[in-house]
Design a protein around this ligand. Structure first.
Ligand code: UD1
Ligand code: MG
Length: 447
């Protein structure tokens, strides 16, 4: 059976109080829209149409980047009207249609699967959950046989309907052709004068189609309407991701202090100390150790490597087997060979560090002249003395040594010593004589 989906993302998102469209706000580094698209694709949905506002140029651009289609809902007349705006785009589609609010970043493929299974029974289904605090969610009123009686929006509900705690999750599965027929007949005679998607089941019932209600947990369908709900979604996403990592064999002493990205990949037997933060694009192989307060993005870390405490790995950092990256070391677009060490206060950018090389404290690759980035090549087993400045482009041969404090501007041959600093001058007794002279002057001025 072929599957398509409509993602509703044209709402003004007023409660966010933001210049950025609501669905482009991020949870774990990925836009809300990206989370919904990923869940739908995971559930086997082949075609996805995002409904956007006329001014939603950014949302359409984002949809294109995610490889999905978009349409414009010219006026925001409600969720039912929004879904109907995809009619032309899906004119050639027949099969099962999922309709999903674009503001649900914790939706999973499994949850969507449950909605699809319920739809198989009658031809129409929605997800519902028991809310701890039902707030402004639509209330789901059931018939005695467990099928849907009606959904009542908070603003239209009577006090007794508001006391219902079963809420509408904002994810529907329906036969596509029938849906567009029903949507065409929606009315807006309600408190908000909107065409509610939630009234479609009433029209379906008139055609003899009951709406099945698939139960789900509150977290999976959490809708983001405000910054507080965005923060709550982030916190729930993190809790879920940490639980999964622990289950997959990752050691975390204080998991609640570790923050991951939507795409973080950590293998089993990795140890993560407290307060480690992952940006997008990080892979950590089995046996690596991430020490406290390290910040990683776009980095790949091999087994046996030790990162931190207080290390910063930026995009393109590739840390080899058993390498050490220590405190206040920043690595960007740099390959660190197996067993190499950069343990203290160093910047390695646009560089290649050979296996077993030792980078002394305070080493800086001077990779940028304000216009172009240049590379530094450091051979295997080289020893870079403390406080060396490597003015790129420059190559240090394998096994070479640079003297501490050197400013290296020319290539250094393998196994050579390069010294590039002022030579030391010593003047015996000079300091003592200087102090006596200054002291005497001060005393004569005070008289
Ligand atoms: C909606 C449901 C409510 C449900 C809740 C779940 C309706 C009428 N109400 O309420 O029953 O409990 O979701 O989270 O459907 N949108 C458009 N065009 C519009 C209006 C909205 O594209 O004209 C989009 C929004 O961008 C959003 C989604 O539809 O992604 C839902 O709209 P929102 O305003 O968040 O509805 P809720 O009040 O949350
Ligand atoms: Mg909402």
């Amino acid at each position: 059976m072929s599957r398509a989906a409509i993602i509703l993302a044209a709402g003004a998102g007023t409660r966010m109080k933001s210049a950025l469209p609501k669905v482009l706000h991020k949870v774990a580094g990925l836009a809300l829209l990206g989370h919904v698209v990923a869940a739908l694709k995971g559930a086997g949905v082949e075609r996805i149409v995002v409904v956007t506002a006329a001014a939603g140029e950014d949302v359409r651009f984002h949809a294109k980047m995610l490889g999905v289609e978009s349409v414009i809902q010219h006026q925001q007349l409600g969720t039912g009207h929004a879904a109907a705006s995809a009619r032309d785009a899906l004119a050639d589609f027949s099969g099962t249609l999922l309709i999903v609010n674009g503001d649900m970043p914790l939706l999973t493929s499994d949850t969507i699967g449950a909605c699809l299974m319920a739809q198989d029974r009658t031809g129409l289904a929605l997800l519902a959950f028991e809310a701890a605090d039902p707030a402004s969610y639509g209330r789901v009123v059931l018939r005695p046989d467990g099928y849907l009686n009606k959904i009542v929006e908070y603003k239209d509900a009577t006090p007794s309907e508001r006391s219902v705690t079963l809420c509408n999750g904002g994810c529907y599965a329906v036969d596509a052709r029938k849906f567009f027929h029903w949507a065409h007949h929606l009315k807006n005679d309600n408190a908000q004068q909107e065409y509610y998607l939630t009234d479609v089941p009433l029209l379906a019932r008139a055609d003899g189609v009951a709406c099945a209600v698939a139960p789900t947990d509150e977290v999976s369908v959490l809708g983001v309407n405000s910054r507080a709900e965005l923060a709550q979604a982030e916190s729930k996403f993190q809790a879920r991701a940490r639980a999964r990592m622990l289950q997959e064999g990752v050691t975390m002493t204080a998991p609640e202090t570790v923050f991951v990205s939507h795409d973080t990949l950590v293998e089993n037997d990795v140890e993560i100390e407290p307060f480690v933060v992952f940006g997008p694009g990080v892979t950590v192989r089995s046996g690596a150790r991430l020490r406290s307060h390290s910040h990683l993005e776009g980095a790949t870390i091999a087994g046996g490597a030790i990162i931190g405490p207080f290390a910063r790995l930026r995009p393109g950092a590739k840390i080899g087997e058993g390498a050490h990256i220590g405190n206040f070391v920043e690595v960007k677009n740099t390959v660190i060979g197996a067993g190499a060490k950069a343990n203290h206060l160093t910047y390695l950018g646009d560089a290649r560090v050979g296996a077993g090389a030792n980078i002394g404290a305070g080493t800086i690759t001077c990779n940028y002249d304000g216009f172009t980035k240049s590379t530094s090549e450091i051979g295997a087993g080289a020893f870079i003395g403390s406080h060396t400045s490597l003015v790129a482009p420059v190559t240090i041969g394998a096994g070479a040594i640079t003297a501490a404090g050197s400013v290296i501007t020319q290539d250094v041959a393998a196994d050579a010593l390069a010294v590039a600093r002022g030579s030391q001058v010593e003047k015996l007794g000079w300091a003592k004589a200087f102090r006596e002279r200054k002291q005497a002057k001060k005393q004569s001025e005070q008289k």
